[in-house]
Design a protein around this ligand. Structure first.
Ligand code: AMP
Length: 190
């Protein structure tokens, strides 16, 4: 199986690049942000609980997102592999993911970490907010909080995967096509 963690701060291009990789490598895309937004639209209890947290740009609890990923792994027993997008975001999530994959006799193949400067992230997110109407993309203070959450709680996961020799850092500025080519060449070398 090919199991990829597509990593990087909000606005790094994880969703855009995931969409290309799922087609090319026939993978299942698991984005915890997308799953949570689906719960909000469906008006579930989980969605209502998560909405206030997401609107502030804070992280939803580990327990909730780990349970969501566990269910999605169980629902896709014949997958060729998975792209994890926006998950894991904390050490507890990364450890839980390793355990869940081990139960399925598989593991993470690589972490592909996109690097983009903060100023560019803020520009991209505000532009996306105008297009999509996403509340957490429309306010600079919320965006800054999300970037801070990334730097404090999520970025340290690079060390977690580096210790397993699985980290590749990729420059995330430039054209979508150029970044896709760089990601493909890393994946081909796995
Ligand atoms: P995203 O679409 O990945 O930018 O996620 C949007 C928001 O959903 C984040 O700001 C968090 O509030 C929440 N979220 C998504 N994934 C996670 C996760 N793995 N752990 C905690 N919160 C998450």
């Amino acid at each position: 199986m090919l199991n990829l963690v597509l990593f990087g701060p909000p606005g790094a291009g994880k969703g855009t690049q995931s969409n290309r990789l799922i087609d090319k490598f026939n993978l299942v895309h698991l984005s915890t942000g997308d799953i949570l937004r689906g719960e909000i639209i469906a008006g579930t209890n989980l969605g209502m609980e998560a909405k206030a947290i997401m609107d502030r740009g804070d992280l939803v609890s580990d327990e909730i997102v780990i349970a969501m990923i566990s269910a999605k792994l169980d629902n896709n027993p014949n997958a060729n592999g998975f792209i994890f997008d926006g998950f894991p975001r904390t050490t507890a999530q990364a450890t839980a993911l390793d355990d869940l994959l081990e139960e399925k006799r598989t593991s993470i193949s690589a972490m592909l970490s996109l690097k983009v400067e903060d100023e560019e992230l803020i520009k991209r997110l505000l532009a996306r907010g105008e297009d999509s109407g996403r509340a957490d993309d429309q306010n600079k203070d919320i965006i800054t909080n999300r970037i801070n959450e990334y730097n404090n709680k999520t970025a340290p996961l690079k060390e977690f995967y580096a210790a397993q020799n699985k980290l590749s850092e990729i420059e995330g500025a430039g054209s979508i096509e150029d970044i896709a080519l760089k990601l493909n060449s890393v994946i081909d070398s796995i």
